[in-house]
Design a protein around this ligand. Structure first.
Ligand SMILES: *[C@@H]1O[C@H](CO)[C@@H](O)[C@H](O)[C@H]1NC(C)=O
Ligand SMILES: *[C@@H]1O[C@H](CO)[C@@H](O)[C@H](O)[C@H]1NC(C)=O
Ligand SMILES: *[C@@H]1O[C@H](CO)[C@@H](O)[C@H](O)[C@H]1NC(C)=O
Ligand SMILES: *[C@@H]1O[C@H](CO)[C@@H](O)[C@H](O)[C@H]1NC(C)=O
Ligand SMILES: *[C@@H]1O[C@H](CO)[C@@H](O)[C@H](O)[C@H]1NC(C)=O
Ligand SMILES: *[C@@H]1O[C@H](CO)[C@@H](O)[C@H](O)[C@H]1NC(C)=O
Ligand SMILES: *[C@@H]1O[C@H](CO)[C@@H](O)[C@H](O)[C@H]1NC(C)=O
Ligand SMILES: *[C@@H]1O[C@H](CO)[C@@H](O)[C@H](O)[C@H]1NC(C)=O
Ligand SMILES: *[C@@H]1O[C@H](CO)[C@@H](O)[C@H](O)[C@H]1NC(C)=O
Ligand SMILES: *[C@@H]1O[C@H](CO)[C@@H](O)[C@H](O)[C@H]1NC(C)=O
Ligand SMILES: [Zn+2]
Length: 317
């Protein structure tokens, strides 16, 4: 009874932690704490109206000429991966934020790259991406988390500022391919999973072997969707400018399968493999998804102008 009272008081007195990893024991794999419960167990901010991920309906995407190409700095540098960690919810690679930046692409300023992590299903045949395109879910999704330069590389400060553009997350879909050893970088990355099987295991030997460019090989980074949203894990802060690239990264089925067969959830009562660590699509609530103004729409609008001109000149004859 006393323990219960203390717990109740602690819950009342401690305000919601403004951090991605809250004190709330949220999860993906149990009915008491999976993502359908987050709006209740982590109401700040998981119950709000600009949540991520979303299903992108391509027919409703609006063209925006501000969505130009990005400038990526340090993405070709092999010395930027500092360590790889099993957080108990995902696998995170910490990046050297002094070497890696992202700007352009319609973002309001310069952003420093902090980390990337992944979301997956259960092997390459059971999909686990967070965003979906016209209802299609990809096998995996990679998220590169970047923080606006005005926050001195400190994500906690950006989350606390409740600035809707504090973070810029770059999302890449991963698609399975039957080609073997695609790619060497994904082989190296996934070979580290056996070293971080348990929650909170971390390994620093990943230094000087892989660049982010090599993991993103083959993706045209000038083609992407843009919308305003949130972190996809509690506390779901609505501080993220989302970029979701259209083209997927192609990775051998074999390497994709390593994720759902190697690393374990943070579960004190059992050893449970991390599978299906994605949040389902959230309501758009009137938000607009934007993309590059397509050539087709430029061509058709140019064509209609020509037709109108032709028709009006005919009237004068
Ligand atoms: C989440 O838990 C609810 C019960 O709280 C259950 O109905 C639902 O199927 C679970 N969903 C997933 C994706 O595990
Ligand atoms: C979300 O929950 C918080 C606190 O639990 C509450 O103050 C807020 O009004 C809720 N927001 C919505 C949109 O329901
Ligand atoms: C493009 O950016 C400018 C400057 O931020 C803004 O005024 C304009 O509304 C934007 N255009 C679109 C189509 O969003
Ligand atoms: C991107 O880099 C190019 C070449 O370094 C530079 O001319 C351009 O101004 C940069 N664009 C942005 C948005 O930073
Ligand atoms: C994942 O797939 C394996 C092998 O196909 C299966 O044994 C396991 O039950 C699946 N796990 C979940 C959570 O669906
Ligand atoms: C980020 O800022 C918070 C609050 O000012 C501080 O407690 C924390 O140590 C900072 N983190 C880093 C990595 O500097
Ligand atoms: C969060 O913001 C509040 C109010 O702006 C401030 O008092 C507090 O120090 C900030 N906390 C952190 C960790 O930055
Ligand atoms: C794939 O990589 C492994 C280990 O690096 C190598 O033994 C094998 O020959 C490679 N297979 C192909 C088809 O390249
Ligand atoms: C990065 O590491 C790979 C081996 O994983 C090597 O082939 C490549 O030359 C290195 N690139 C640079 C710029 O050092
Ligand atoms: C792991 O779960 C335990 C018990 O639920 C919790 O106390 C701990 O904070 C969690 N650790 C992480 C890294 O989430
Ligand atoms: Zn994520």
């Amino acid at each position: 009874m006393i323990v219960l009272l203390i717990t109740c008081f602690a819950a009342l007195l401690c305000p919601a932690v403004h951090s991605a990893d809250t004190s709330v024991a949220w999860c993906y794999h149990k009915p008491t704490c999976n993502f359908t419960t987050w709006p209740k167990i982590a109401s700040h901010y998981c119950n709000e109206s600009r949540q991520s991920p979303i299903n992108i309906v391509t027919a409703s995407v609006q063209g925006n000429s501000n969505l130009t190409s990005f400038n990526f700095t340090g993405f070709d540098d092999n010395s930027t991966f500092l360590s790889i960690t099993n957080t108990g919810h995902s696998v995170v690679v910490h990046l050297d934020d002094a070497k890696m930046t992202v700007q352009g692409g319609g973002l309001p300023g310069l952003y420093m790259s902090k980390e990337f992590h992944l979301h997956w299903g259960n092997g390459s045949s059971s999909p686990g991406s967070e965003h979906t395109i016209d209802g299609k879910q990809y096998p995996m999704e990679l998220h590169i988390v970047n923080v606006h330069s005005k926050y001195n590389r400190n994500v906690s400060v950006a989350l606390n500022a409740t600035d809707s553009t504090g973070l810029a997350v770059l999302g890449f879909f991963i698609e399975g391919t039957s080609e073997v050893n695609k790619t060497k970088s994904w082989d190296i990355l996934t070979s580290f999973l056996t070293h971080i099987r348990n929650s909170r295991n971390t390994n620093g030997d990943i230094m000087n072997q892989i660049s982010l460019d090599s993991l993103l090989e083959g993706v045209d980074r000038t083609k992407y969707y843009r919308y305003q949203g949130s972190l996809t894990t509690p506390s779901c802060n609505e501080v993220v400018i989302w970029t979701v690239f259209k083209e997927p990264i192609k990775v051998s089925h074999e390497f994709i399968n390593r994720f759902s067969t190697t690393v374990l959830f943070n579960d004190t009562s059992a050893s449970v493999l991390i599978t299906n660590n994605f949040r389902g699509a959230q309501p758009l609530n009137g938000r607009v998804v934007m993309s590059q103004v397509s050539r087709a729409s430029i061509a058709s609008s140019t064509l209609s102008v020509i037709i109108v001109l032709l028709l009006s000149s005919l009237c004068w004859l």
